[in-house]
Ligand binder design. Sequence first.
Ligand SMILES: Nc1nc2c(ncn2[C@@H]2O[C@H](COP(=O)(O)OP(=O)(O)O)[C@@H](O)[C@H]2O)c(=O)[nH]1
Ligand SMILES: [Mg+2]
Length: 205
Amino acid sequence: MVSVGSADRYLPDTIQQAVKILVVGAFGVGKTTLVGSVSEIEPLRTEEVMTEASIGVDDLAGMSTKTTTTVAMDFGRITLNSRLVLYLFGTPGQRRFWDLWDGLAEGALGVLVIVDTRRLEDSFDVLEQLELRGLPFAVAINQFPDSEVHGTTELRGALDLLPDTPVVMCDARERMPSVDALISLVEYVSDVAHFGAESAEEAAS
Ligand SMILES: Nc1nc2c(ncn2[C@@H]2O[C@H](COP(=O)(O)OP(=O)(O)O)[C@@H](O)[C@H]2O)c(=O)[nH]1
Ligand SMILES: [Mg+2]
């Protein structure tokens, strides 16, 4: 018998597809937060207190309380519906980690890019890299309390996105909007690759 406490850790027998999703974005946009919000297993984190060396490299402006930076990645899992499970790999967006992406992107279905509109320009490099690498992505705008509210049309323009790239508003601290962002990505990639995804209603349960 499976004990109550461990029930979440086991996948239902009905699961037919396990897919890998990368969660990327500039420093401090909320990658670790989002993976933590949605993961049904205790997320694995490799955070390290910032060293003197990375201070000044990782821009701390506006983030006085952030004292850790992701040095490798976050890992989490979410069962989207009875047949589909996502494995999430939160991957640092800083330039010095781009070589890591090659290995991590292998076999990935798609990428969720988290963007902080207070520092929009920090996301340009990440988006450009994804385009160069031909990785399909959706954009999740992580709304912080002091973020100005922008419409998706305006953001699309500012980020120079293709018309079919999904853009979703999100609060990385909240499970449902974060799950919705992942569903948008899966649906988008399904359309592109005729991947057998399920409807958002089933996934939201
Ligand atoms: N207010 C607010 N704070 C957030 C949100 N997402 C992340 N944070 C905070 O912003 C900081 C950076 O988030 P983190 O997930 O570590 O960013 P990462 O570098 O992309 O992994 C942390 O202190 C979070 O608690 C959000 O949606 N709203
Ligand atoms: Mg992080």
